[in-house]
Each structure stands twice: as C-alpha cells, then as structure tokens.
Design a protein around this ligand. Sequence first.
Ligand SMILES: Cc1ncc(COP(=O)(O)O)c(C=O)c1O
Length: 421
Amino acid sequence: MSVFKHRLGHPPEVVRSWRTRARAALRAGAHSPFYVFAANPLVQRLADFEGLPQHCPWRWWLSAKTQPLPALWRWWRSRGGIEVVSEFEFRGAVAAGYGADQILVNGPAKQRWLPAFDLPNGRVNFDSPREMAALLTQARQQRWRVGLRVRTPGEVDAEHPEWSNQFGFEPDEIAPALRQLARQGLVAETVHFHLRTNLPDAQILESALNSVVVLCRQTGWAPRYLDVGGGLPPAHTADHGGNRFDRRFSRAAYARALNRAARALPSVEEVWLEHGRSVSAGAGVLVVQVLDVKERQGRRLLICDGGRTLNALVSVWEEHELLVLEPRRGRRVPTAVHGPTCMAFDCLGRRLLPASVRPGDHLLWFEAGAYHLPWETRFSHGLAEVWWDDESGLQRVRAAETFERFASAWEDPGPKAERKR
Ligand SMILES: Cc1ncc(COP(=O)(O)O)c(C=O)c1O
C-alpha cells in the first residue's frame, strides 16, 4: 500500500461536526481509542432516498448486524423495524423494545436457536429447505409470516466465482417449498434476496430482480413483499487505488429497477430494504491517540492506541478519511498510522500528514459506523469506549473494557486434582 492521496469528498460542515463531537467527548472524559456514533448523519442518509419515485411503499429495516449498537436500535424503533440474523441480535432487538411485528428474522440455520423463542406472528425468512422443515411446525403454531430467501444467479463468492455463495434456496427448490408451506396452511409472503455488499451499480440488482420476477411467474408465487436486502455502497469510501465504491451507483437507477420489478409483480404491496453500510457507515468515527512517532527513511510511523486490528478491520480493503483533530499545519509528509498490536498488518492507512503531528494528538477515522463494532477484536487489548449522540445529546454508552471485566468472562477449571474429585 503506497501513500493514499485521493480525496474522499466530505463537505466541510460534515468534517466540522465530527471534530466537534470528538472534542466534546474528550472534554467529557473520553479515553481513546473510542468510537463516536451519531443519529443525525443517518437521518441525512435516509433523506437521500426521499423524493425517489416509489411504485409501492418502501419499508426500511435496520440491519442489526451492521451496527450492533443498542442506543441506535432504541433510537431507530419509532422509525422502522429491525432485521436480525442471530439469537443475540434477536434478543437485543427484544430488549430494545421491538415487538414481533417489527423484527424480521433472517440468516442461515435458524433452527439452531429460534425454537427456544415464542414468536407469535413473527416475520421469518427461511434460508433453506432443511431449516424450513425443522421450523415448519413452530411456524404454523405461532402463525409466522414467512418468506423465502432465493439465491439469484449472480450470487457467487467474489474471490472464487466458480463457487456459489451459501445463502438461500436454489430456484428449483422454491416450488417444492411453496407446496410444503401450503400443506401447513402457510404462504410465503416475502420473496427475499441479498446480493452482497458494496454493489458497484444498479444493473446487478436489476438482473437479480429480473430473475426473481421470472421465478415468481414460473412457480405461480404471488408475494406481498419484495425484500431486496442491502448492499448499496457507502459514500466517501474508496478502494486502495482511490476508486470510490459509489462512483457508478445511481440511486435513480436503483429506484427504477425496484419500481420495474414491483410493477412486474402485481401482488407486491411493499418493497423492503435492509440497507446497512450505505446508511450507517457515515454515522460514526473512530478516534485514536498517537502514542509514539518513529522516523524512518524520510517517512513517519505513528504508533496509536487503536487501529486496524482492534477497531477498523474494513481498512484491509477500504480507504476512509483520516484527519488530525488538533490544528497541525505545515509540511505534509508520508505517514503510516499504526495500531498498538504486534502485527505489521496493523496499519489504518498511509497518508500525507503534517510533520508536526506529535504524541498526544488524536486522529479521526471516518465512516466507522458500519462493520466496525462487529469486527472489533481483543488482540492484546480490551474493547474500546463508545459514545452516542442523538437528540438527547452526546453520552458514553459503553466503557472501555477493563482487565477485570475481560478476566471475569473466563472460568477457572481449578487444579487437576480438584477436578478429579
Ligand atoms: C440479509 C442481509 N441484509 C442486509 C445486509 C446489509 O448489507 P449492507 O451493509 O451491505 O447494506 C446484509 C449484509 O450482509 C445481509 O446479509
């Protein structure tokens, strides 16, 4: 990775707002590394979709896995439902006050955990024939509103395209599944698919939608809901070559594709969206502090208290804005920003930063509101502090993990002799 010099295009007021939040958190006693997440940028991202023509109403489901932050989940509750894919997420959604009607249960192999819960009128998208068979009695008894996830033809492993991905029903498994549901008095209300993350353009979605329309016609399936998952690329992020992930993505083309599919399937009453990254990435920053500076071959290496390994695994494939919080001016020099772990891999980015950056300074890593919390690690250190800013103000919602908390999670099996007794 050479020095990344591309602009990621944040408006100055957005940069200012994050600086203000980070400073306010520090004044209120924040200890780095810490994340600051905020509601307002999320509202603005959603507003980007307002005004797009909708053939039928669009319903937004918050993707829980993207940002497992209870404060956000509670804040979102009055605005829409939540999409969960695991027992932890499901229980988190219930704890955050969501009712059965507001929780959409997705994900593979749910037969492992879902039977333990009473979910009258629950919304569940089945992921495979085996999973569906295992949950069928529960679905009937608890009157679930069910859907089927379909694997559309383009859903393959990005690195090994000769392998399909592991999700959903194959198209030829749909007709038997619909018959099996009918025998239980159930109908599949929802046709669901999720392509992948960072979709480069709307055409990919359009061809998936076309295949779904064909499948529904062939099988006589008349779904009420068309659930197209997430996958839109977030703004202000790029690959290591400087190509912004959203450079070819047109929201207007996206809306056209959704509307065309909804028109082609007259039974569809609502289009469901489960966007994660595109709405929540911009709603957070990571703040790290410089602990040490090394000068080598005319380059500067900053050693910080947080970084890729602990807090920003997405930096493996994404470049995000990286700015100094303190007012440092002057000559800018090639600078690598390292985290504190003993891995050469622990490099958040390589940028031109002022040569005056010094120990004690703070750096802001932008677009940290998606897939940062889920991919935090405890590599030699504990989990970071988390701050949340909404209409009630900025507050700390998670303390940094202490050694005592970390240690208390472990069971002590005791000496061998005692264990035998
Ligand atoms: C079923 C489903 N819906 C929604 C999402 C959110 O995707 P993204 O964050 O790319 O919008 C995912 C992500 O993996 C998913 O698997």
